[in-house]
Structures are given as C-alpha cells and as structure tokens.
Design a protein around this ligand. Structure first.
Ligand code: NAD
Length: 503
C-alpha cells in the first residue's frame, strides 16, 4: 500500500481561526443556553480544528421544536409547488457551491474529494427530483361501491419532524431527509452527528439563501444521547426520521413506541457480495475493493462479507489482497488519495478490536489488521485495508457491523450454501452477486433477504429516484429517496364525498 502524506496546498491547509457556528432557531443563529462549544476536527490531522459548534442542551431542543411548531401553519398552507421552488433553488445553490463544500466535507470527515463530490451530487440530484414532486404529490381517485359517491385520498404533512443524521454521508443524508420532509409541508428540527455538523450547517445556510421562511428548518448541535432523547420524546414532535446504528435505532423506536409516534429508521448493515465460480473475478475484485474500502468501509452499504465459491476462493483472495495492498492511503484532499482516514481516533481502536476478535475466532488474516502510523499518517485516524479469509458465518466478524476497511471472505460449496450464508445475519440492507448465469441471477433476486440487490456490481450506490432502505434489522420497513420519500413524510387522508340528488 502507498501513503499520500504530504500536506495539501490551498486555503484549507493554512486556515488558522476556525469559525464558531451557532444553532439556527426561529430564523436566527443563536448560541446554546450551555455557553459551551465542541470542536469539529479533521480526522486526517487531528490537531486541525475545522469549526466549533454549540454543545446544546434540552432547552435548546425545546426552543427549536417550539419554533417549528409556530412555523407549521403558514408553511403547510403554502402550495406544494411553491415549496418545491425553494428545494430547486437550494439544489442549484448546492451545485454552485459543490466543490467548496466537498473540500470542506473532506476536511471534516476524511473521505477523498471524489467521494465528497459524489455526496454533494446526491443532494443536488435529489433536490431537483424533490422539487418536481411538489407538482406530483398525487392522491387516488377511485370509484365508490355506492351510487352518488366519490372517493379520494389527500396527502397532508405529518407536522413537526425531528431529523437525526449520521456522519458518513454528511450532506446527502441530511438533504435526502430534509428536502422531502419540507416538500411535504412539515417543519423540521435537524440534529446532525457531532463528527459532521459543518456539512449540515451548510445545508441550512443553503436553504436560508433559497428563501426558506423562519422557523421552518431549525438546527441544533450537540450530544446525541441527551439531545436525541429530548427530541424523540418531545410532545410536540410528530415524527422522527433517524439514520444511524441499529443499536440507537432500537432505542429510538422504543421511545417512539411508547407515544405511538411515527418513526422512520435507516440502520446498519452487514452487506455481502456473493462470487459464484462462473463470475468474472477481476470485475468482482474491483467491485469489492471499491465497496469494501471506499469511504474507508464506513458506508451503511459497505461490503463487509464476500461469500465465494470454494473453487475460486483462493484466486479471489489473492487478487483482492493485491488490490488492497496497492491502495493509496492518506489525506483525502490530495488528488492521488484513494482511501482516507476513519472518522475519528476512537474508531481506530473499535476496528482494531475486530482484528483481534477475528484472529481469536480462528479466521486467517491475509493483509492489514493494524493502524497506520508511518510519517504523517500518525497525525490521523488511519487503518490498513484488512482482509480475513476462512471466515464462517457464526463468527462475530461475519455477524457484526465493523464499519471500517475490513472484509471477511466466507468460502461456500454451492449456490444454496451461498444464499444461506448471505441471509445468516440480522441485517438486510444491501447484497450483490457476481455470476454469468441468468438463472442464478433471477434466483438470487428472489432469494436474497435485502432491500437493495446488485447484479454484477458492488453493494454500494444509490440513485435518487429509486427507493433506498433495508429489511430485517437494517430498518423498520420505510424507504427513502424516490417518491417513497415524500410518502414517508405524509399523512394520507381518505375522503368519501356523497352527492345524491336533493329530494
Ligand atoms: P449512531 O447511531 O451512533 O448515530 C446516529 C445519530 O443518532 C447521530 O446524530 C447521533 O448523535 C444520534 N444519537 C445517538 N444517540 C442517540 C439517542 N439516544 N437518541 C437519538 N439520537 C441519538 O450512528 P453513526 O455512527 O453516526 O453512523 C453510523 C451508522 O449509521 C452505521 O450503523 C451505519 O450502517 C448507519 N447508516 C445507515 C444508513 C442507511 O441508510 N441504512 C446510512 C448511513 C449510515
């Protein structure tokens, strides 16, 4: 593996005074009641503070929810196409600012520029898509079983929506929740992950510039536990939309369940690529390297298991190790970097623990398995791309989400064995199969238990006009993106109109 360790040139490298951001409540930027802030640091150089943010309290969350509640009547009364116009302007502003915001995102969370540009592009594309939905929020008109009656459905907002987001897609995920929530006529309190509040603050600034009225979108930063619980249990919040770990999702679902509050959860994954013995191995290796080590393995859809037919398992492993060892690792701002750091120093220890677990479980470590500390890498949260083989489905490294550049190869005897292995986790987010056999393709589409299925491609990648989400413990049945996203944030009313002749 090669390291790309020199300091990037440009404004980012010389910036000295990080800006302190405030919360955004009722149309004004306000300090937290706590008077405290926290640092948003660059995981490639931990001494570099990118920005400072408010360490908010439950009182700040309460103020944000009240502002959202107050803004709701006027916002929901605005026609949906007019709300859509604001989303379109926001998408165009994001497009204008794409490269600046991508660089800022790389400094904030580490992934290389090509990937942060892709993150921004998803938000831009979905903003444009959502704007169109403002003119297409169809209901149904259906015949009644009775004479002189008309039956139809109406879409209405749910109310105040609490949006809680993770750090791995710092702009795309806040955008793909906030745009449809607002388009559907809801008002929002957004609480981003504490590793990436800067990208979420940029989304707020963009929506303000696009003309969003005061109070419609409110933004509060700070610790997930206390703020999250306050938001999730607030009596004036009508819906929670969370993307995060399955552990936090379970907790949020329990709290919402007590009050029968609507909650939409997009959670973890343990995504597999199946490689059959007739697969194009080079294509499969390239796809696994990208889906397993891209974003340093920190995508919800990252490939973390490769289920390989035993006839080709050794050849596949050799090629994957060779590819992993060639990856150029370093600061994501450097154009040659292919893999950046983990999101923070704590994650290095968490990923390394899985190397120790895999070794103690009897799997064979083929490459990686250690933090990278040579030269300038010592300043950041770098971990070597790691490949284990001879993994069995009962091992913890085959069951638990590692969320790092960590791939486990599971050799299998045939198709049935491969499907059994693929489905043998509590998760069901994304799965892929490499084969040249059309029958195997269709059987896999039917047999794999996952919300996203890729044929002859890796487990990552979403298109904004198609539903996105997982089965089993990867979610609670909702789907994001596409027209499903607006549905998720809407109440459906069924209306029966009687018009018999007046007697
Ligand atoms: P996380 O669960 O630690 O945090 C997610 C968000 O929840 C953060 O904003 C956090 O502050 C907040 N939070 C923490 N405790 C809370 C509580 N008690 N109540 C309410 N909110 C609380 O997840 P993360 O580390 O930010 O992100 C990584 C996880 O997200 C991985 O498991 C990944 O698979 C998952 N993810 C899923 C998808 C998907 O679409 N399925 C997409 C991206 C990430």
């Amino acid at each position: 593996m090669t390291t790309t360790t020199s300091k990037p040139s440009g404004a980012e490298a010389t910036e000295t005074a990080p800006r302190t951001y405030l919360n955004y409540i009722a149309g004004e930027w306000r300090p937290s009641a706590s008077g405290e802030t926290f640092d948003d640091t660059n995981p490639a150089r931990r001494s570099e503070i990118v920005a400072r943010f408010q360490k908010s309290t439950p009182a700040d969350v309460d103020a944000a929810v009240r502002a959202a509640e107050a803004a709701l009547p006027a916002w929901r009364a605005l026609p949906a196409p007019a709300r859509g116009e604001i989303m379109l302007r926001a998408a165009l502003i994001l497009e204008r600012e794409r490269d600046r915001l991508a660089r800022q995102m790389t400094r904030e969370m580490g992934k290389p520029l090509k990937e942060t540009q892709g993150d921004l592009q998803t938000a831009i594309d979905f903003g444009k898509y959502t704007a169109g939905e403002g003119r297409r929020a169809e209901g149904e008109t259906v015949p009644s079983a009775l004479a002189d009656k008309l039956c139809l459905t109406l879409r209405q907002p749910v109310g105040v929506v609490g949006i809680i987001t993770p750090w791995n897609f710092p702009m795309a995920i806040p955008a793909w929740k906030t745009f449809p929530a607002l388009l559907a006529g809801n008002t929002v309190v957004l609480k981003p992950a504490s590793d990436t509040p800067l990208s979420a603050a940029a989304l707020v600034e963009v929506l303000i510039e696009a003309g969003l009225p005061a109070g419609v979108l409110n933004f509060v930063t700070g610790p997930g536990g206390t703020l999250g619980d306050t938001l999730v249990t607030h009596p004036s919040v009508n819906m929670i939309s969370l993307t995060g770990s399955t552990e936090v999702g379970r907790h949020v679902a329990e709290l919402c369940g007590r009050d029968l509050r609507r909650c939409s959860l997009e959670l973890g994954g343990k995504n597999a690529v199946i490689v059959m013995d007739d697969a194009n191995l080079d294509e499969a290796v390239a796809a696994v390297a990208w889906a397993g080590f891209g974003t340093t393995g920190q995508r919800c859809t990252a490939t973390s298991r490769v289920i390989v037919h035993e006839r080709v398992a050794e050849a596949f492993a050799e090629k994957l190790v060779a590819t992993a060892e060639k990856l150029r690792i370093g600061d994501g701002l450097l154009p040659e970097t292919e893999m950046g750091p983990l999101v923070n120093q704590g994650r290095v220890g968490a990923v390394h623990e899985y190397t120790e677990i895999g070794t103690s479980e009897g799997a064979a470590l083929l490459t990686g398995g250690k933090p990278l500390t040579a030269g300038a890498l010592a300043e950041g949260a770098f971990y070597a791309p790691t490949v284990f083989t001879n993994v069995t489905t009962d091992m913890r490294i085959a069951q638990e989400e590692v969320f790092g550049p960590f791939v486990s190869i599971i050799p299998v005897a045939d198709y049935d064995d491969a499907i059994r292995a693929a489905n043998a986790t509590m998760y069901g987010l994304s799965c892929a199969i490499f084969t040249e056999n059309a029958r195997t393709v269709f059987r896999a589409m039917r047999d794999i238990q996952s919300g996203l299925i890729y044929i002859n491609a890796g487990t990552t990648g979403a298109e904004p006009h198609l539903p996105f989400g997982g089965m089993k413990a990867s979610g609670n049945g909702h789907r994001e993106l596409g027209h499903k996203a607006v549905e998720e944030f809407s109440e459906i009313k069924t209306v029966f109109v009687s018009y018999p002749p007046v007697k």
